[in-house]
Design a protein. Structure first.
Length: 266
């Protein structure tokens, strides 16, 4: 019985392995475990985004600063076509870009290209257009690599494995809950940090290909490090690799992406 169940889990994992993107110049074509439907996740993201935008409109916090909104949308319009280097279908996504009036230092891109920037991130850190592009490229890269779907799939596989193991060992539900919590605390966090590092690499290439200076990745994280010195670190830094290591990794990638930036400027 245990051998059959174990084989079933292995076959399920193998069937769900795919690579959502090509590598680009920075390399981003690893195999991913995908057990969750992309269509369902995109639909849920679109619905969640629509509600967020609707709620912000009712609260009077949606796109309050026309000049800031224009800046962010111009950056997005230059990055979106470049996403084809990683995914041919991505330029055809139903992209949406909005800015929320909030002091929060945050930004994100939901599956399918639904982007939100918080005004506080731009204002409090005094972001240049190239620094906005670094943030946006990073967040878009999460969507391109479908990190949300990968995380959900990993959680699904972990829960299945934990449940099977508990059944075979005759453990109760309480033990299963503890095991699941342990997985989330140890494994999922590690994968999340790997996702962040991957998004950094891809985002840097997108920034360069869009004609924005990738060296802004260094100045952005210097600003982030300064902001992180306060009592409440920016949400944008949640579960991310150490800021100092990110600066070193960005600097190491500059020889790869600077020629792309220079070519885009011609």
């Amino acid at each position: 019985m245990s051998r059959a169940l174990g084989l079933g889990l292995v076959l399920l994992a193998l069937a769900g392995c795919e690579s959502t993107t090509s590598g680009g110049a920075v390399g981003a074509d690893r195999s991913q475990l995908m057990l969750v439907s992309a269509a369902e996740l995109d639909q849920a993201a679109a619905q969640g985004y629509a509600k967020l935008v609707s709620d912000a409109a009712h609260a009077g916090t949606l796109n309050r600063d026309a000049a800031m909104l224009r800046r962010v949308r111009v950056v997005a319009s230059r990055i979106e076509p470049q996403t084809a280097v990683f995914r041919r279908d991505a330029p055809g996504w139903k992209w949406e870009v909005n800015v929320l009036r909030s002091a929060e230092l945050n930004a994100f891109c939901m599956p399918g290209g639904k982007i939100i920037f918080y005004a506080g991130l731009i204002e409090q850190l005094g972001l240049t257009d190239s620094e906005i592009a670094i943030v946006m490229g990073h967040e878009i890269s999460h969507a391109l690599r479908e990190h949300s779907r990968e995380q959900a799939s990993q959680a699904m596989a972990a829960q299945a494995t934990i449940g099977v193991g508990a059944a075979l060992l005759g453990l109760g539900d309480g033990t299963v809950d503890l095991a699941a919590a342990g997985y989330q605390g140890l494994v999922a966090t590690r994968f999340s940090r790997a996702d962040e590092a991957e998004a950094d690499r891809m985002g840097l290439e997108l920034t360069a290909r869009a004609g924005y200076d990738p060296r802004a990745g260094v100045t952005l994280w210097q600003k982030m490090i300064a902001a992180n010195g306060g009592a409440h670190p920016p949400e944008f830094l949640s579960s991310h690799p150490a800021e100092s290591s990110r600066v070193r990794e960005i600097e190491a990638l500059l020889p790869t992406v600077m020629p792309l930036y220079q070519a885009a400027r011609l």
